[in-house]
Design a protein around this ligand. Structure first.
Ligand code: MN
Ligand code: MN
Length: 414
């Protein structure tokens, strides 16, 4: 061991001994210390309403702090409810030469049978190669801007430029591509219309060329075999570097323009619903005819919540800003409460009653995505507000004052 290294190790050992001595000394001095085994300290404990006990560890305190309602559930939680939370940070990432992609399928979140999600990054100018797949793809730009292309089933090419807050839909089998513009490049969320579907199983142009006989390719494209013998390497290009594309792209139109746009400029829109508690943007097939998915982009101001409701379809959520608490009631006396932060995926099966409460000091923003061209939303309060009053009053034994508060229209956010 050289002298310098020995000196460093000696000094580290000395510092450790000194800090141990000082903490013993401060206890001896009677200075109050936060007890990590009680809620008087800063560490959350699995105790609530007189139940539970401290967790002496080992424990992952950072995860406990992010999930206080798993650690110490409210007394209304009961029974076994499927896990409804998956942070993209726990997904395995796929690093590519000009970006990355990570996914949440039924492997990560078993309950998410109707939809799978992808968080993808394209560096400035980067290209997600020409490809297609057997499930519809819904997309939402979270950072920067992007150029999309899609060929429809009538041989008509669609090209559009999308900004943060815009979205797209590519029906199953329709070939398409994505390319980031400059500046920050782009990051976006994809939702596939099948929870088992993996981003790693798409049909890639480069992969197809690598696996068709060279003489067949030559015959198909009416070129000598030498023209197809030096194909791009590696055989899957996937996400590769490119030059920032022009914004004004002209493409041949032998069959005219596509009758339906595959991009939707939601960032230009006013909210569908707005009150002092927040806003909701709804995009469905009435405004975006090509879509096989529908969206509610929800912003909830501090102190407010997305009201208690349910849907006829499973709901795939992505949290964009802030933090939330959500309880899912799953029938038969079972319910579970989850906490979400920006970057988390949430999933609520159809019919499960739920809400999303802003538990932070900043706006909560999340998206509700449904594998359906339109949203079916049932408001608990509005249902009770328009039902014959004796049914509600007798059913729940509530007061006339309670009845007088029931809304006749859907509150959305309260
Ligand atoms: Mn795709
Ligand atoms: Mn919902």
């Amino acid at each position: 061991m050289d002298t310098t290294r020995r000196k460093i190790i000696q000094s580290i050992a000395a510092a450790g001994a000194a800090s141990a001595v000082s903490s013993i000394a401060s206890l001896a001095d009677g200075i109050p210390q936060p007890d990590p085994l009680t809620n008087n300290g800063t560490v959350p404990q699995p105790e609530r309403n007189g139940l539970g006990g401290t967790d002496p560890g080992p424990r992952d305190v950072l995860l406990d702090e992010q999930n206080p309602d798993l650690l110490a559930p409210p007394p209304t939680d009961a029974g076994s409810v499927p896990n409804l939370k998956w942070p993209f940070s726990l997904s395995h990432n796929r690093l590519a030469p000009a970006g990355w992609a990570r996914e949440t399928t039924t492997k990560e979140l078993p309950v998410s049978t109707e939809m799978a999600g992808v968080d993808m990054r394209l560096n400035p100018g980067a290209i997600r190669e020409l490809h297609w797949h057997p499930v519809g793809e819904w997309g939402f730009v979270t950072v920067g801007s992007i150029q999309i292309t899609c060929l429809d089933a009538g041989g008509r090419m669609f090209v559009d430029n999308l900004n943060q807050g815009d979205l797209w839909f590519f029906p199953e089998a329709y070939p398409h591509s994505l390319q980031a513009f400059g500046g920050p490049g782009s990051e976006f969320i994809l939702v596939f219309m099948d929870g088992d579907y993996s981003e790693n199983d798409t049909f890639l142009l480069s992969d197809a060329f690598a696996h068709l006989p060279k003489d067949i390719l030559a015959k198909n494209f009416r070129v000598p075999v030498s023209e197809v013998s030096n194909l791009a390497s590696p055989s899957q290009r996937y996400i590769y570097p490119g030059q920032v594309p022009p914004t004004n792209v002209r493409v041949p139109e032998p069959y005219g323009k596509p009758p339906k746009a595959f991009g939707y400029h939601m960032s230009n829109n006013k909210p569908t619903f707005q009150n002092e508690a927040g806003t909701i943007h709804i995009v469905d097939s009435s405004s975006f005819p090509v879509t096989g998915a529908s969206l509610a982009l929800v912003t909830v101001n501090p102190g407010h919540m997305r009201e208690i409701h349910w849907h006829a379809n499973d709901e795939w959520q992505y949290y964009l800003q802030g933090q939330a608490r959500l309880t899912a009631f799953a029938s038969s006396g079972t319910a579970a409460t989850f906490d979400y932060q920006a970057g988390d995926v949430g999933y609520v099966p159809s019919n499960y009653i739920h809400y999303a409460e802003n538990t932070g000091n900043t706006p909560l923003q999340f998206m509700e995505v449904f594998r359906s061209p339109t949203i079916s939303n049932f408001s608990l309060a509005q249902w009770m507000g328009v039902a014959p009053p004796w049914l509600v009053q007798g059913n729940l034994n509530v007061s006339q004052a309670f009845m007088n508060k029931l809304p006749k229209t859907i509150p959305w956010i309260v």
